[in-house]
Design a binder for this molecule. Sequence first.
Ligand code: ZN
Length: 495
Amino acid sequence: MTVPAMRRPRVKPEHRAYRTVDGHVRIGSVVHGIGAEVRDPDGWVWTLVEAMDGTRGTADVVAEVSRRHPHLALPGPDILQAITDLTTAGYVEDAGAAPPAELSERERERYGRGMTLLRWMDLGPRSSVWEPQVRLRRARVLLIGVGGTGGAAARDLVASGVGRLHCVEPDVVELSNLNRQTLFRECDIGTPKIDAALTALRALNSDATVTGVRREVRGPADLEGLLAGGSGGASSYDVLLLAADRPAVIRGWANEVCLASGTPWAEAGYRGPLVNVGVFAPGRGACWECLRLSEAERRDLRLAPGQDEDVASPRMPWNPVNAVTAGLSGSLLAHAALMLLCGIPRIAPGYRFGLNLMLPADPLMQRTPRRPDCPACGTQPTEERGAGDRTGAEVTRAAADGSVAAGAPGLGVAPRPAGGCEAVLGAPGPGGAPRSAGGPEAVADGSVAADAPEPGVGPRSEVGSEAVDRRQSAHLRRPAGPPSSSRLPRPPAPA
Ligand SMILES: [Zn+2]
């Protein structure tokens, strides 16, 4: 989509701009990681965002700004460039774009709230605000396990409008499942979970195609066959979601099979109060094994000679979990799938993040560069990263060296100050020193420690335009962050 081709550019309602006390224009809501601030000493940027109310075409917006600021003699191309900057940064939609025919009126009503959330979180231009929903509708997802985590993930995906979901699960519903596996009812006890899950999911959304099979994954070949789905090809699915923890090596199998088939995938789970999700895409960032190796090296469990990790993280014959921890992990898994399918938010894969319910203000994040010595992906080619992907390195650099500070060219975008409705995972850490690495709480498979790099949902990077800066009428001011004492130490920028 080109900006001049937009029928009626409009600042997204969720990104409605306002003027600060010192005359700057703030746009993009109060959520850290979305909003930006634009200097506007001559006032024309404010006129611009006001004019982009969806009632006029692009040329008329340009004309309106020129008409109201004749003394500035703003060249039309400069105004157009400013519109382009704001659109590229994701703040502008085309109010005149027709909804895609692929989505029925019933679907648009059903997914209307979800569309507005995606629109809010979407930091790139789209031909239609419904485009991500269309992607979900076309998506094919393979889900291994529909217990606590998998059941919640399936529920969230089917409710959100994922078009095709295939579930794999070997077990039967038991009474002890019902404290967390909320797809099931007491009347389901004794029936195969897959049957009960399909009934529940189809009742939730008859527009989605939900299928399943009762079987156990016994090796990588089983996963490979499931992914191929009878097509004989590499993968019949856009995403694999792993919500099974048996056997213990299943994550390694999933990593291996997804690398071979080029399938993006995610895995989620919990260990006591730790809930987390790992997000991976072959050729784009670290694979699961890269992350596992780096975490093992980073941790210092202070083990005595001859001890293995199990002494610090004992395995129990029962699984301490309730509907909260299982539900959180399942919802994070569904979120990972939506992110991989729609690119919203635009965070490069190759990381694990989550929550520690014992320290809610201390989000968990683990990201590492891809390892050349990784036995799983070390020989894999690196793909061109997708347009708009924000890698961890990029984001960290932006945070570390203030590359979005005042004076940056164009209508740049910067993180909003802390306070109010911060996105938890993008928020700086709380006051106090971070926990040291390697405590018992940092041991669980898939768990991460507090001093891991910050998540890739930090500051926005700038969008390039010199036009506005030449006018000295609008350029970025990096809003002040929270007091430095409340920040976790920043990691060095990955290579
Ligand atoms: Zn690897």
